[in-house]
Design a protein around this ligand. Sequence first.
Ligand SMILES: Cc1cc2nc3c(=O)[nH]c(=O)nc-3n(C[C@H](O)[C@H](O)[C@H](O)COP(=O)(O)OP(=O)(O)OC[C@H]3O[C@@H](n4cnc5c(N)ncnc54)[C@H](O)[C@@H]3O)c2cc1C
Length: 481
Amino acid sequence: MKRIAIIGGGISGLAAAHRLIELSKINQQPIHLTLLEASGQLGGTIQTDERDGFLIERGPDSFISEKPEALALINRLGIESRLIQTNEQYRRSFIVNKGHLIPVPEGFQLLAPSRFWPFITTNIFSLSGKLRMAADLILPRKDANGRDDESLASFVRRRLGREALERMAQPMVGGIYTADPEVLSLRATLPRFLEMERVHRSLILGMWRQSRSTRNQTGVSGARYSLFLSFDKGTQVLVDELQRRIADFRSPLSDRLRTEVRMNTKVRRLEQPSSESSPWTIVTVNGETIEADAVCLALPSYVASPLLQHTAPKLSSQLSQINFASTATINLAFRRLDINHKLDGFGFVVPLIEKRSLIACTFSSVKFPGRAPQDHVLLRAFVGGALQSEMLELDDNEIVNRVESDLRRLLGVTGKPLFVEVSRWTNAMPQYEVGHLERVSNIDLLVSQLPGLALAGNSYRGAGIPDCVKSGERAAKCLME
Ligand SMILES: Cc1cc2nc3c(=O)[nH]c(=O)nc-3n(C[C@H](O)[C@H](O)[C@H](O)COP(=O)(O)OP(=O)(O)OC[C@H]3O[C@@H](n4cnc5c(N)ncnc54)[C@H](O)[C@@H]3O)c2cc1C
């Protein structure tokens, strides 16, 4: 029976474990699977709580339907009926501009407009800012092959100008990655815009052509799901179902499949096999050793790095070079009549030049049903990130004071929240800096020289839930082979 250990019980590790169970059944290959998790619960960043009738997402609140891996997993788990879509009536978001919430112009996709009239009439940009953005229509491509990596800031300044960067790209894209656009790799995060420049030369032209063809396609078939999806009882549903499926096979009756989930088991280091036929040795912080024929490290790269320091120093060093940023989510419960704003959108983002404490805020109970009782509202604010790391140095009370002060000014909040939940996420957001994909290729090469080792997680090829599922399932396939 092949012994496989997965270290890390976040969504990446859970997806890897589940896929291994599936593959073991498909290939009729007996395995003994051990999942080692440092904390007392599975799910890692995914954490949903219920309090006084509110459904609180401490980490992610949704995943995107455009990337197929999460949906495919959900189908195989048979929990598709528990999916919920966003409230289409309010499908738009706002951007803070000179202290006011302005709707993001219709057809604007992260960097550039795809529709003429909403762009012309928006007051997010000045007239000179709009003219500079329109210059994208006539500017040449950067170079013929366009293969160099480039930061988001450099790309947007070059094609659309400084105002487009400060007023739109920084808060929209920087907000998703909680990143500094001056170092964020466009190739690793939004390669479609580089591709657009290569194919169409102009981003605006590319966007316009793309939206025209999407409109034609949608006219024929219609998209099945909204862009963002969650579950009736939050993202935790996925974790709970995976946990149930993995634990299902704990029965010692099965001689083909044995699984073991060990919580509160933090791994300290990994020792390489002396020959290809001997096993890996996993050493926990308590000094316990566990042997495995194959190991998946489903951990943030900076956590995986020290585990490999002695056994694979070059790999360990590459892993340590991926930077992470910290953030905090602040869930605030209100009575509806204590907020003056109409809350007719999914939330807002805040450009750095607005000099606020908030970087973004989701109107959680507007975006998804079932997040707050009748006549109440749940808001979820974000602070910190690469550009405002000092916010995480404040204590919870001070963070809440600053968030409430911003909400009073921006949303016309008049009353005190019924309760507030602060969740700190220290070094939880990987920063895909310029050169990231090259580093990941180096990491892949070094891993391929260590038979029986695989990496998974948000540090490499995407930080969203579907990316993590993909990375876990890819690692499972590697280990099974
Ligand atoms: C605030 C926030 C909001 C987000 N919002 C979204 C969103 O809306 N949509 C979306 O798609 N994505 C979102 N993301 C990103 C996404 O949630 C994460 O990228 C993803 O959940 C990471 O999963 P993971 O399994 O790779 O890592 P983690 O969730 O970090 O799991 C790693 C696990 O390893 C364990 N561990 C650590 N060290 C050890 C050790 N030495 N030994 C054993 N175990 C160890 C940890 O306890 C943890 O359980 C968000 C992230 C954050 C922080």
